[in-house]
Ligand binder design. Sequence first.
Ligand SMILES: Cc1cc2nc3c(=O)[nH]c(=O)nc-3n(C[C@H](O)[C@H](O)[C@H](O)COP(=O)(O)OP(=O)(O)OC[C@H]3O[C@@H](n4cnc5c(N)ncnc54)[C@H](O)[C@@H]3O)c2cc1C
Length: 289
Amino acid sequence: MIPGNFEYHSASGVDEAVALLAEHGENGKLLAGGHSLLPMMKLRFAEPAHLIDLNGIEELRGIREDGDTLVIGAMTSENAVIASEVLQRRCPVLPEAARLIADPQVRNRGTIGGDALHGDPGNDHPAVLMALEAEFVVRSQKGERREPANGFYLGPYLTRLDDGDLVTAIRVPIPAPDHGYAYAKFKRKTGDYATAAACCLLEMEGDTCRKVRLTLTNVGPTPLRAEDAEELLTGQTIDAERIEQAAQAAMSICEPAEDLRGSPEYKTHMAGEMTRRALHTALERARGG
Ligand SMILES: Cc1cc2nc3c(=O)[nH]c(=O)nc-3n(C[C@H](O)[C@H](O)[C@H](O)COP(=O)(O)OP(=O)(O)OC[C@H]3O[C@@H](n4cnc5c(N)ncnc54)[C@H](O)[C@@H]3O)c2cc1C
């Protein structure tokens, strides 16, 4: 399949990329790793007349601590997320989830920004960034603003970004040092998108749950936050019964579409199972296991 004609621009800095975006409006599209955008162009689902390549902008890559926040450049590759010593120490759920994305070739070029901003409900980072209460730093000709990951995803391939918006970085509040975490993903084979996946971030006070965040991947038109399940667990002792109640509450918000990965019933069932696994693992880790 061959994409439509387009003009290629290699931006050397953020200002230049933002100016090009403003100039070309809805005809301009940013290119990160290209692993989602180029297949869509080949299928003619996307036909941008101007492709603005961000790969030459070094300031968009890298991971650093800024006080109590981690700042991850939008162009940081999945492999760099996996290899990051800072993330492994401060926010291990991000490398854990990145390791489950696609295959080594895709992870070498695919970026955390491209994954999080594409709006594909099958992508793994959105649910993880929602659980982490991350924010996107957005630049446009109007200036800079921040968009919380919660509330960012409006529908399939639809986010709060407008034409002319470029995300420079993702800001992640550093989770409590003793937090438990897990990203549980069920997929048919290596390299596949999730049939269903669940992310859990958990803080315990003795046997009582102080705070929990539970989110789901690929079981609805957007990533889902299982707020009722979170409420059932917060302030409670987490035992098998509570975990089962939370799994049932998570399943009740699922609205997956039928496709080659299975029926809505099967995917909803797997979302419940991933919720149980994520909760068990996060609990074990919060207890130092
Ligand atoms: C075989 C295969 C298997 C895959 N499996 C998985 C999987 O299991 N899980 C998963 O999560 N993903 C999977 N993917 C998708 C992969 O992770 C992509 O790399 C990712 O979705 C897009 O990242 P990218 O850097 O390639 O972005 P691109 O494809 O270049 O861009 C994606 C979109 O984001 C926009 N964009 C990119 N950067 C910015 C920015 N800084 N500001 C604003 N908009 C921006 C682009 O304009 C475009 O609309 C798979 C891909 C392939 C090819």
